[in-house]
Design a protein around this ligand. Sequence first.
Ligand SMILES: [Cu+2]
Length: 377
Amino acid sequence: MAIAVALVLVAIAVGALAFHYASPWWLTPIASNWHAMDDALLLTMLITGVAFVGLHAFVAVALVRYRHRAGHRASAEHGNRRLEWWLIGITTVGIIGLLAPGLTVYARLITPPPDAQVFEVMGQQWQWHYRLPGRDGKLGTTDVRFMGPTNPFGMNPDDPVGQDDVLVGGQELHLPVGRPALAQLRAQDVLHDFYVPQFRTRMNMVPGMVTHFWFTPERAGRYEVLCAQLCGVGHANMRSWVVVDEPAAYAAWLARQATYGGGTVGSDGSGGAGGAGGAGGAAAAGKAGQLVAQAKGCTACHSVDGTRGVGPTWKGLYGSTAPLEGGGIAQVDDAYLQQSIAQPQAQIVRGFPPVMPPAQLTEAEMAAVVDYIKSVQ
Ligand SMILES: [Cu+2]
């Protein structure tokens, strides 16, 4: 019996090592300066791996060597100074090896170099918003009381510093390769976490706080941003992209971006007289419904390209018919959309979970969203 248990323990240790070396789940190729993160992780794996295999081997050997046999009796040994010092010493070194690299790397992660370019990330159920400082290199002030469907950052309309801020349209942020970037993180509603696996960095985004970390993207490419905190039913759809560009491509992208004050970075009038003091300049006419849909989080669950999400896609929805849970068919018209937005539980489309919360929209926002859904054909 003792030998069988010892063999099982050896099999567990050997199996764990085999799984570790043959596993397809390993780190993605690194694309930032944070090789120290990988080193800290590998050191942790090494220390815990040696402890894991060593303890299993020790128990297996002890089981076989001191198993019950006729004529043998175990005897207790009281106190062994030498052995105790060895165990204390090895454990101390092991724990220092587990803690020290993480603490030093973290201290460096939150201490940006002076030439780091700031960008802001705002997390919201369930999407991302990005903001870059304009020509002045400074982000304008914000306040919770200015936050709304068309102003997710809470931009202060009266702050001249904020007029040239770049509000990145779409769900894609670009960064120049080789230049240190300082991520400044906020959250509107609940805990989120900005995570790009290839950068090896992540940080919680906490409502009411500004957190930060820095990195230097070292490889051009398109990298997926994941939310690394379970933040609600749309969490899995809270995705976005960071595109790392060569300087020329980055400059071209930046020039096309809209500024808060109106216009684009590339146009000379940006942040000038035309835009100064213009509250809500971000809301380009005709895009109101799309902005509301993004701001209210609709787009986390409803695609506009026909992909099946948590809820039905909006592509081609208007004018179609929807099969209902429990039988029956609904004609998708204005009245149906308005009811489905305000009281989602009234009629559930067959095959979709009844998880949508009622959306709190003003009459104007409701009309804008319905118009937007109509336009997605
Ligand atoms: Cu999230």
